[in-house]
Ligand binder design. Structure first.
Ligand SMILES: [Fe+2]
Ligand SMILES: [Fe+2]
Length: 397
């Protein structure tokens, strides 16, 4: 018989999310302490309105870039086209406008009266710039797709249970990955000042891409049987990416290493996907992921090429890689990833050993591509790579 519930054992209900009095008081206090600055603006404007006069200072073009009209190119009007207009395309090496004033606007006269957004900490161009970022942004916009409508969901065939479970487990893993792939650019997007607007725009597309990937894999799992197991091995890897102390380090971990691995998985989509629907999902995600990897490689290349002490920069990269490779190894030895992929590659649970051989091949391709990417970014990892070129789990070796 159940013990009677005693009133003193009952836990208080979870607190609903409510704005706490201290939080509100802190916010009010902060604005009151800045009151002098903005009350002056308010006072001047009110006074002018009382006098019944207009300011019209905004029609004065001194110190601005007025009158030079941007011309579209064959693709339309891109950031590259407007950046050609003198006064708008100079991307500063150091951003010192920590507010929302647009690059190229008449903003200097107001500098001292502007608020400061303390969260804008990525103020060095070479912590995030990549020469392909504008092109990738254009491509990202042109290739957006809709996980609700563009996947032929009504054609999804039921698979034998082993293949269905393997597919759904892989989708569960990918869902976990896609969350961090979205949270990472989100974390840095809001820390990036407006002067790097091209990068901010690109990161926003990456966010949208990752939201759609999370969506499509979640839908695929639930349409095929259900989500299966979450996995600690991935979780540590994903947290390491999110916790990276700089944008460059995180870009190495996410874009070059993590997404590089995901790209290899998607590229094997023809062999892993067991239905046309799955093939279509992998094909579409592959295109998106290729952009993210491409940004990462050129961002790191730019970082090293402009580093004031290149040798130190390269050494930093190796330190990132020492952590990152172990993180990837932790993820890629997880049975909740390795085994379903092997089942899919082999064509069924009975052929899991054969699938492991295929996986061994995939692993080698992945490491080779990873090492090539490091080289393309400007640091040679060939002799320092800490993960084995052959299967790290040694079953089929
Ligand atoms: Fe993704
Ligand atoms: Fe991605």
């Amino acid at each position: 018989m159940n013990e009677p519930v005693r009133i003193e054992d009952l836990k208080p209900p979870a607190e609903p999310y409510l704005l706490k009095e201290e939080q509100l008081a802190h916010y009010e206090k902060a604005y009151r302490s800045d009151y002098q600055a903005w009350a002056q603006v308010l006072g001047e404007n009110v006074e002018r309105i009382r006098r019944g006069s207009y300011s019209l200072h905004w029609m004065n073009t001194d110190g601005g870039n007025w009158g030079k009209r941007a011309k579209p190119s064959s693709r339309g009007l891109t950031y590259t086209d407007i950046n050609r207009v003198r006064g708008y395309g100079d991307i500063p090496a150091q951003a010192d406008w920590k507010n929302f004033a647009p690059r190229g606007s008449i903003r200097e006269p107001y500098r001292d009266r502007m608020p400061v957004v303390d969260d804008y900490i990525v103020t060095s161009r070479d912590e995030l710039w990549a020469d392909n970022v504008i092109t990738l942004y254009e491509e990202a916009k042109a290739r957006q797709w809709n996980a609700t409508k563009d996947i032929p969901w009504d054609e999804l065939e039921a698979l034998p249970e082993d293949l269905e479970k393997a597919t759904c487990q892989l989708c569960t893993f990918l869902t976990e990955v896609e969350f961090v792939a979205g949270d990472f650019p989100a974390k840095w997007l809001y820390r990036t000042p407006q002067d790097f607007l091209e990068v901010k725009s690109f990161l926003a597309t990456q966010l949208m891409d990752e939201a759609r990937h999370q969506e499509v894999f979640r839908k695929r799992a639930i349409a095929g049987g259900g989500l299966l197991h979450a996995s600690p091995g991935f979780e540590w890897a994903l947290k390491a990416i999110l916790d990276a102390p700089s944008h460059t380090m995180g870009t190495f971990l996410l874009n070059l290493l993590g997404e590089g691995l995901v790209l290899s998985v998607f590229r094997a989509g023809e062999m892993i996907a067991k239905t046309q629907v799955d093939k279509e999902i992998f094909r579409r995600c592959l295109q998106d992921e290729a952009r993210h990897v491409s940004y990462g490689v050129l961002e790191l290349k730019n970082y090293l090429a402009t580093h004031p002490d290149r040798e130190r920069g390269v050494e930093e990269m190796h330190r990132f890689a020492d952590v990152g490779e172990q993180v990837i190894l932790t993820a890629f030895t997880e049975s909740a990833l390795v085994e379903p992929v092997a089942v899919l590659l082999g064509g069924g649970l009975k052929q899991i050993d054969k699938g492991m051989e295929g996986l061994g091949h995939m692993w080698r391709v992945f490491i080779e591509e990873y090492l090539q990417r490091c080289k393309a970014a400007g640091f040679d990892r060939q002799d320092r790579c800490t993960i084995p070129l052959d299967l790290p789990w040694g079953i089929a070796a």
